[in-house]
Design a protein around this ligand. Structure first.
Ligand SMILES: NC(=O)C1=CN([C@@H]2O[C@H](COP(=O)(O)OP(=O)(O)OC[C@H]3O[C@@H](n4cnc5c(N)ncnc54)[C@H](O)[C@@H]3O)[C@@H](O)[C@H]2O)[C@@H](O)CC1
Ligand SMILES: Nc1ncnc2c1ncn2[C@@H]1O[C@H](COP(=O)(O)OP(=O)(O)O)[C@@H](O)[C@H]1O
Ligand SMILES: [K+]
Length: 504
């Protein structure tokens, strides 16, 4: 699923109006119709609704919704905050249609004295600004936003919470933006909804289909996508009837240090449960018995050192290497990492402490082979690339890093971003906060290693892997709870996640 910029959406909008039997106002009615349908299923009957309409088409949507809610029997008070001298022609049509209803309550807000009174039991429909916002809010709009935010009312933002830039192209002061309970956005998700700092502003968001032209969407250029179930399912390889374990690769997992053997155990278990043919694990000698006991399916290559990894034999027998889980950052481990990066010729996934070592030994970056997968969480990424002051800035830095190092960057989070060496970004759509628990990143590394060993293209492996990982988390939390989720439980649900991806 594409994520389009405000500008691209405007073009799709215009194309739809030009090529389909629908006018500007017709499209607005469709949008407001979808919105009202959503609202009617949720607003308790008898609720007083306050509608705030700006002077653009977002305001027009709000005015059409106000009319539809009135016709459905709701008590609706509408306030027009015309922050511009020119009001959009479609917005004027919508307003005239509202005023044509007997008893329509529609007031102009000419200053603070005209502001509505908002009760905490009210529902507010925010149609002040949508995708046309091009700068931070000022003046009366700010006062209006703050009135809404302090009211305690349930707030439904149309398309985008007013004050939030659709593409995340400027940093928003939360005081200058609507804090929506729900955001109902049209047709496609918006980039700025995917940054952690905007959760307070968007609340729970969902996408409403308003039937914009499919061809126009297909032809629109963008670097941003969301991974859907169908996208991920299409990447899954089918297994041949006569396949044997040699067809599914021999992976080498390198990790663990004293006190952190569990990380490599989790990653190894996840790898074995993700279809790998053979798995060898290289870990400090002290962890050998633990690994044999916890993961009997794996072969163990113990390091000469008891507590940390110091030297790994890299041979041609391995199809993929994973390194980093619980690895520690001992100087001798840094040397071993340098040696591995120099000699390994197969695809690699690099996580956790291996990334921390690269951050403290930047000369190692030049040893990364093309299409290596790196899986930093935001703090690890900032160590690698320098601090970012916002989610949007970190995403841009990660794109640049992927291009500069010709790597696949998996920037982990609630909407994990998988970025290829061209700077194209695919955001994951599965997963939940139950996965914010120790070791869930190790599970991801195990999955990715298994897919690489099975000869998946690294960018495909990363997209499929993050989707499966999040899906396992969703299935686990639905069957138990987010609180109950541990990395081990996540592995237990990997089987069901793969099953959901297979063709019926
Ligand atoms: N694209 C679509 O698919 C559809 C869009 N519709 C609605 O149209 C909206 C976009 O409408 P518009 O392009 O008219 O834009 P808006 O209604 O978002 O904004 C109106 C105008 O305000 C001005 N403005 C921007 N930032 C400002 C600021 N900080 N202070 C004061 N003025 C500012 C701009 O000149 C902008 O054009 C969408 O968000 C959506 O709600 C729907 O009506 C129909 C379908
Ligand atoms: N709120 C969340 N929603 C969805 N996924 C999440 C959330 N929090 C964490 N995750 C996922 O869990 C994993 C955590 O990885 P990481 O921080 O490396 O954990 P650890 O170091 O404990 O193994 C990532 O894949 C991340 O995307
Ligand atoms: K809005």
């Amino acid at each position: 699923m594409k994520i389009l910029s405000a500008n691209a959406i405007r073009k799709v909008d215009a194309y739809t109006i030009e090529h389909e039997p629908v006018s500007d106002y017709g499209l607005m009615q469709r949008a407001a119709g979808a919105l009202t349908e959503w609202l009617l299923e949720r607003i308790p009957s008898g609720t007083h609704v306050v509608v705030l309409a700006g002077s653009g088409n977002n305001g027009g949507d709000a005015l059409v919704a106000a009319r539809l809610l009135m016709l459905s029997g709701f008590s609706v008070s509408t306030y027009c905050c015309h922050h511009q001298v020119t009001v959009s022609p479609t917005c004027i049509i919508a307003k005239d249609a509202l005023l044509a209803i007997p008893d329509a309550d529609c007031k102009e807000v000419a200053g603070r004295d005209f502001f509505p009174r908002i009760e905490s039991t009210d529902w507010v429909i925010d149609g002040l600004f949508g995708s046309g916002l091009n700068r931070p809010l000022q003046g009366l709009a700010v006062d209006c936003v703050q009135l809404v935010n302090r009211s305690g009312a349930t707030v439904v933002a149309i398309d985008v919470p007013s004050g939030l830039p659709t593409d995340g192209d400027f940093v928003v002061d939360p005081e200058l933006c609507i804090h929506a309970t729900y955001t109902l956005t049209f047709q496609l998700p918006k980039l700025s909804f995917l940054f952690a700092e905007h959760e307070l502003l968007t609340g729970e968001w969902s996408v409403l289909d308003i039937g914009l032209n499919r061809n126009a969407i297909e032809n629109a250029e963008t670097s941003f996508h969301m991974i859907t179930h169908d996208d991920a399912a299409a990447l899954l390889h089918q297994r041949a009837k006569f396949a044997h374990k040699g067809h599914f690769g021999h992976a080498l997992m390198i990790g663990g240090s004293r006190g952190k053997i569990g990380a490599v155990v989790l990653a190894s278990r996840a790898c074995l449960h993700s279809g790998v043919g053979l798995l060898s694990v290289h870990l400090p000698q002290g962890g050998e018995l633990v690994l044999h006991t916890a993961v009997p399916e794996a072969m163990v290559e113990a390091d000469q050192n008891e507590k940390y990894v110091t030297h790994v034999e890299i041979s041609g027998k391995h199809n993929a290497v994973g390194i980093g889980c619980g690895l520690g950052t001992h100087p001798q481990t840094a040397k071993a990492l340098e040696d591995i990066l120099t000699r390994a010729i197969c695809p690699m996934v690099i996580d956790a402490d291996a990334l921390n070592l690269i951050a403290t030994h930047p000369e190692l970056k030049s040893l990364l082979s093309a299409n290596t997968i790196v899986t930093p969480h935001p703090v690890e990424f900032d160590r690698l690339a320098g601090k970012s002051s916002s989610g949007a800035e970190r995403l841009e830095n990660a794109r640049q890093w992927a291009v500069d190092h010709q790597c696949v960057v998996v920037l982990k989070g609630a909407y994990t971003a998988v970025i290829n060496a061209l700077g194209e970004v695919w955001f994951n759509s599965t997963g939940n906060p139950g996965m914010a628990t120790a070791g869930s990143g190790d599970v991801l590394t195990g999955i990715l290693l298994a897919l690489l060993a099975q000869d998946y293209d690294p960018f495909d492996a990363a997209r499929l892997g993050v989707y499966l990982h999040g899906l396992a988390g969703d299935l686990a939390s639905n069957a138990t709870s987010q609180e109950f989720l541990t990395a081990g439980v996540l592995i237990d649900f990997l089987g069901s996640a793969f099953k959901k991806m297979q063709k019926e």
